[in-house]
Design a protein around this ligand. Sequence first.
Ligand SMILES: Cc1ncc(COP(=O)(O)O)c(C=O)c1O
Ligand SMILES: N[C@@H](CCCC[NH3+])C(=O)O
Length: 467
Amino acid sequence: MPTAHPSGWAHADGALRGPHWLREPADPNALVAHLWSRTTTKSGGVLSVGGVPLPDLVREHGSPAYVLDEADFRARAVAFRDAFADFDVYYAGKAFLCTTVARWLADDGLSLDVCSGGELTVAERAGFPMARVGFHGNNKTLAELERAVELGVGRVIVDSFDEVERLAAVTTELGRTTGVMVRVTAGVEAHTHEYIATAHEDQKFGFSIASGDALEAVRRVHAAPGLRLLGLHSHIGSQIFDTSGFEVAARRVLALHAQVGTELGVAMPEMDLGGGFGIAYTTQDDPSEPEALAAGITAIVEHECRALGIARPRLSIEPGRAVVGPSMCTVYEVGTVKEVALDGGARRSYVSVDGGMSDNIRTALYDADYSATLASRASEAGPSLARVVGKHCEAGDIVVKDEFLPGDVRPGDLVAVPGTGAYCRSMASNYNHALRPPVIGVRDGKTFTVLRRETVADLLATDVGVQ
Ligand SMILES: Cc1ncc(COP(=O)(O)O)c(C=O)c1O
Ligand SMILES: N[C@@H](CCCC[NH3+])C(=O)O
């Protein structure tokens, strides 16, 4: 039975006003360690990452800022590489990509999934080995395909009949060949937000296995002289915890893989099972470690291959969020605090910070849950229900929907939000002409700029002036 909270929040009038799991923490100054990057500590109320106290980082680099823990990022990437030792691990650059990260991945032996000409250009600028790049996208332009073939990317993942034709023409025109994977739709309803599920029939990605389009796409790729058919690709969605979706997809994709062998006489050498592994944003999330994921996927694939009487193709996966998500947090400065009364006498503080939906759109877009902590001082005040909101001209400009913060949070305090490495900077915008925050790397007590803060000059650079 829910109990009344001193603030009156939980059940003053019998109505639940926050997620059912939100509980008053025993100690609002404590850190829920698994939500943060591995070098994150809290001492005397001050949060440090990579040995750098966040108040010092903000003094040096300003606020808001994304803080990237190099050791944590690389440890997670290497953990995937090692757990999936007989797979190729393609880091999904859409989660977060810049030349620094691309270099770390190249040095640490991972491969890279890019899904636009822009991401491909970053990989090129970083000197990423092109043979280890996979190029995705449901509507790659002719120019993007030409560039990818010229650069010699290891694989282009084709997503439509139009693209198969376009890519075949590009290889002919350039007198080159390219490796190709065929993105298929396994007809799985992944348990995640509708906007980030990608394996059910009624959405834009992939060729349907059920309709026969996938087999037809394989046939056309195989028939095109410039296209080297490598295998099938399946990605069922993102932020997934229930592994049954991966199992069903793997079974269906392997069945098609076997069918290609019997009907077309082609033994495809590879298969990609995509990314989508969930991370912990709140205490309620319980993600699997890479070893457990690898063991589960390997067992399913081996079982199915035995049943189908086929050789196991070389497998690859594409984790993005599970590598970079937990390795960054965002630090904000509090500007204003406002208390509002809720029905039934409960109260909620609106803690306004100096960023918002322009640096983290995920709460507004996917109703995502985040956590937050006071990062700059200890507090003796008891916990109080707070909502961390941004400074944009939008009521839905919410960063953290519900969190208990010390009741005395005030202007000038720093608040940090963990788990913002994936799809926050990469989906950031200039809404209300906000300047996108920098990404500040931390390592062994030192900071380094990974992406600098945007300036007013950056904003005005595209405004050509009154004509
Ligand atoms: C084709 C493909 N691969 C990999 C990913 C990475 O997903 P995640 O960041 O959830 O691991 C995505 C995004 O969902 C994707 O569309
Ligand atoms: N952008 C999404 C993930 C899907 C993107 C890749 N297909 C998110 O923030 O959760």
